[in-house]
Design a protein around this ligand. Structure first.
Ligand code: IPE
Ligand code: IPE
Ligand code: MG
Length: 260
């Protein structure tokens, strides 16, 4: 397993194409409402946007894509919307897994999948197993995911595997916790995108977004695709990623920097 450096410990390499894009796919309900359609119609059209975005990432050379599909707080929605989302999730997993496999995509579901009905858990397990050794795009889909849950479950795993740390908590370092977080196999996101106009994180990747660049668009998720991804990347390329350093330090070529 590749261990990716933590942005707070080692300054990561950055390029014009983000290695890892994380997206809060928001605005399906409002997209539908504008068209006098039921909310589920927005979720269905949202699936087409997922397919376009996956394709766009493959074309652009983005290596990791993490999509927020269902938060740990989305159970608070009306029961019929939750159950329609679960049915849709099962259907898409079954229908798209073969083509994802052909495209060499590795699918990983992050979140507490134990809360899902057995049928959905089975579809998740078989899709992950089929694509596990693929080497193309790493597609992480966050389902029943919460950033706080992720940190708690990682802490539990860390203490179970290193019980001595419970007795000497002053010894705990980032590198003890990080391997147990859900996205330990991906570098930290370079670019966070949220559609739908809200400017908040909604309990997405709280740990991993430490030095991520944020991009918000008022457009609704069902309208997302290559053009909007390119707009987000163009904005990302305007940013100066300092990771705590000064702007002046960045204008010095790396080989002449006193410390980096
Ligand atoms: C995002 O769209 C999809 C999920 C949270 C499952 P919403 O359903 O939140 O759409 P809006 O925000 O109500 O428009
Ligand atoms: C965030 O969207 C979760 C997903 C996109 C899956 P929400 O629509 O649930 O977020 P809030 O409630 O507006 O913060
Ligand atoms: Mg929403």
């Amino acid at each position: 397993m590749t261990v990716h450096p933590s942005s707070t410990i080692e300054i990561p390499e950055t390029g014009s194409i983000p290695q890892h894009v994380a997206i809060v796919m928001d605005g399906n309900g409002r997209w539908a409402k504008q068209r006098m359609l039921p909310r589920v119609a927005g979720h269905k059209r949202g699936v087409d946007a997922v397919r376009r975005t996956v394709q766009a990432c493959c074309e652009l050379g983005v290596k990791h894509l993490t999509l927020f599909a269902f938060s740990s707080e989305n159970w608070r929605r009306p029961a019929d919307e939750v159950s329609l989302l679960m049915r849709l999730f099962i259907r898409v997993l079954r229908r798209d897994v073969e083509s994802m496999h052909r495209e060499n995509i590795r699918l990983k579901i992050i979140g507490d999948v134990s809360a899902f009905e057995p049928e959905l858990q089975a579809a998740i397990h078989s899709a992950q197993a089929l694509t596990a050794s693929n080497t193309g795009l790493c597609l992480n889909v966050a389902a029943n995911y919460g950033g706080r849950w992720d940190i708690i479950q990682a802490t539990q795993k860390m203490l179970a595997s290193q019980p001595a740390l419970a007795k000497s908590p002053e010894l705990i370092q980032e590198s003890d916790l990080a391997p147990h977080l859900c996205l330990s196999e991906s570098p930290e996101p370079d670019l966070f995108i949220r559609t739908g106009g809200e400017q908040r994180v909604s309990n997405f990747l709280l740990w991993q977004l430490a030095y991520t660049e944020f991009y918000f668009t008022p457009k609704f998720w069902p309208d997302f695709g290559l053009d909007m991804l390119n707009e987000a990347i163009a904005s990302y390329n305007q940013r100066e990623r300092r990771f705590g350093r000064t702007s002046e330090q960045l204008s010095v070529p790396p080989e002449l920097r006193l410390s980096s």
